[in-house]
Design a protein around this ligand. Sequence first.
Ligand SMILES: [Zn+2]
Length: 413
Amino acid sequence: MKKGKIFFIDVTNRDGVQTARIGLSKLQKTLINIYLNEMGIFQSEFGFPFTHHETNYLNANLELAAMGVLSPIRLEGWARAVTGDVKLSFELVPNIKHLNLSISTSSIMLEGKFMGKMDENSVIKSMTDAVDLAYKLGAETIGVNAEDASRTDMDYLVKFAKAAKEHGAKRVRYCDTLGADDPLTIYQRINELAKRAEMPVELHCHNDLGMGVACSVAGAKGAVDAGQDAYINVTINGVGERAGNADLLSVILALKYGSGLKNENLLPAETKLDKAWAFAKYASYAFNIPIPMNQVGVGANAFAHESGIHADGALKNRRNYELYDYEELGRGEPEFVDTGRMITVGEYSGIKGFRNVYGNLEVAFKDDKEATRILELVRYANVHTQKPLTREELLFVAKYPDQAKKIMTVTPP
Ligand SMILES: [Zn+2]
């Protein structure tokens, strides 16, 4: 049987930012999309197209995609599988082409969330109506999300997926919403779902039992073994609701170096790891969440050795105690931190300090008018982020001032 392929869909800008105590400014969300594109990630679930405060950010990011800046990554919005959300999404973000439409499918949620107002048939009807409307309004690809799929009866899940497929959905998202699955179970369930529904499956796994990454790769294997493509949902640094989602870098490394998985050649060929370190650090800075010392690949201890036997072994041959090389992740270069005078730019900066900062980034401005315009945008960016802008953020604002302006414009009704 032909094997399916694996793709990555990052959900940091949706699941990540909807998490308690975690948030990003629209400029930071844009930078996340840029890093994802640089890592060769297939798709970013870049936000909520039916929410007014996201409108300018989403439209500007679609402009960046049309300009080739956010390309080849695919930008996809999340909405509930109800026609109202779909209609509003296309009103606010008319050029959106990719959507994932979500609705609960488990009996426990049908009873506990919809309180008897929806049954299994009306859930399918709401979903297929939403899919139909989205295609009518100009969507190119739709994925349908079965929320709480891991606690949903398999026969019903297959019926739900088949109905979605009949209406043109390209993927069904199997949401392990509570992180209740384990790798052995999810392999079987995804394998059965993919075989019976005969369509690609998305893996959306949470980490409540510490198995988010393990379930993602095991579930994906279940789909590809059934001859269907698998789309693994990931987030940067594993952020996400409660204990988080499957960590992007961990999933990549598991597919590349897992003792059995590595022989299957499942890692998407486009995946690039050399920005992994820079991306993880940026996300940590933007989220205000330190990277745990033992974080896979990018933690302070990921390549540290102290005990006599380990240090001696690693020094003799790194393969004694290191599964992969830190250089591969973009680690290993010394980092310079100014310990004397430092000029930063913020919302109260003046033109001299600003020119000094951009001069250090080797950005020159045509004239004073251009410099003043960029300075004004940088001040606004700082109002949004409330911390010194990073090198990449400063470069983005200088390179794409029109989009930066749009991204930062949030006008309450
Ligand atoms: Zn989730």
